[in-house]
Write a protein that binds this ligand. Structure first.
Ligand SMILES: [Mn+2]
Length: 335
């Protein structure tokens, strides 16, 4: 797929404005955190002021990244906002509401940088490249374009973005671009072994107890092609786990040989759930999420559903069965 270069209006804004707020989506993942911190560092190299502002806290596995302790967290604006800032940069937000800070950020000109399908082009400048393996890879392209050399700290941020969005280079977005970007980051001082340890070997004991509970709730549907599992409030209570401990749990049902699509349902309140969908290959779960007001990628998406966990499970299993049927119908008969 063709790489989309940073558009001129974006480069112009980046060079003209002096003080930026950088934000990303709710429940920030490795790409959101790594890209935000890397962009902040790059803008500072240009002599600009940049403040990262996220609605939700930085998960502990990303707190080893330089600058993560300076992220402003919460719905209250950082000091001096909006008067002392010229522009807001939204990363990884298909719509500005995904930041959870839409109302405040609308007071500034917004620059929109994203790699999600269905981005609403809400910025005064928009750079959307859906073939980018991670937003971090776009930030790396931007650094190159601005002729800003990467220091080891920035390279580490971008590596965290790339490794986490490609699932450790195992997902369909682990493209030639992903490996080329990674090679460059290693040359600039990123240490893959250290980063893998941060991302994959720093689980809490509570998260494993929660995993045990989740696996006990596992159900297979459609001859084992679909798996669903639950994370109820009672499970969180029994295991002592927090929302943060759910990171990566959805990958376990997906690792079953016969499973092509997974729905993990997390109970967030009375009659309220958050659904995480995962799929293999060409089974499209993004369509399901988008229909329900959520979003994501073809193989990883999510949305909120007002239902109790078992109701949500039934609904999600039916949606996934529909996606499989669609996938089967599109598959050439020789396959
Ligand atoms: Mn991403």
């Amino acid at each position: 797929m063709t790489r989309i270069s940073p558009p001129e209006p974006l480069l112009k804004k980046l060079s003209e404005a002096e003080r930026f707020v950088i934000t990303s989506h709710l429940n920030p993942d490795g790409d959101a955190v790594g890209s935000s911190l890397a962009l902040a560092r790059l803008l500072r190299r240009l002599g600009k002021v940049s403040q990262v502002w996220l609605h939700d806290p930085v998960p502990s596995i990303y707190r080893k990244l330089a600058g993560s302790d300076r992220v402003h967290v919460g719905s209250e604006p950082p000091p001096g906002f909006p008067g002392s800032f010229n522009a807001a940069i939204a990363l990884e937000c298909p719509s500005l509401s995904r930041s959870g800070l839409e109302e405040s950020l609308s007071e500034l000109e917004v620059l929109n940088i994203d790699h999600h399908l269905g981005n609403e082009s809400y910025g005064v400048a928009n750079w959307v490249d859906t073939s980018a393996p991670a937003l971090g890879e776009m930030i790396q392209t931007l650094a190159e374009k601005l002729k800003l050399p990467l220091d080891p700290g920035t390279a580490a941020c971008l590596m965290v973005a790339l490794v986490s969005d490609t699932g450790g280079f195992r997902f369909s977005n682990a493209s030639d671009r992903a490996f080329e970007a990674a090679a460059e980051l290693v040359r600039k001082g990123a240490e893959p072994q250290k980063i893998s340890q941060w991302l994959y070997e720093t689980r809490s004991a509570a998260s494993l107890r929660l995993l045990q509970e989740m696996l006990a709730s596992l159900e297979l549907h459609e001859n084992g092609r679909i798996a669903t599992a639950l994370l109820t409030r009672a499970m969180f209570e029994r295991s002592g786990a927090t929302a943060e401990d759910t990171e990566g749990l959805v990958e376990f049902p997906r690792s079953i040989a016969t499973v092509e699509a997974v729905g993990l349902i997390r109970e967030t309140g009375e009659q309220q759930t958050k659904v995480s969908l995962r799929s293999r290959d060409r089974v499209n779960v993004e369509e399901i999420a988008r229909r329900s007001g959520g979003g994501g990628h073809r193989n990883a998406a999510g949305y909120r559903l007002d239902a109790n966990p078992e109701q949500a499970r039934a609904a999600v299993a039916a949606e996934l069965a529909g996606a499989l049927e669609k996938h089967d119908a599109q598959r050439p008969s020789a396959d």
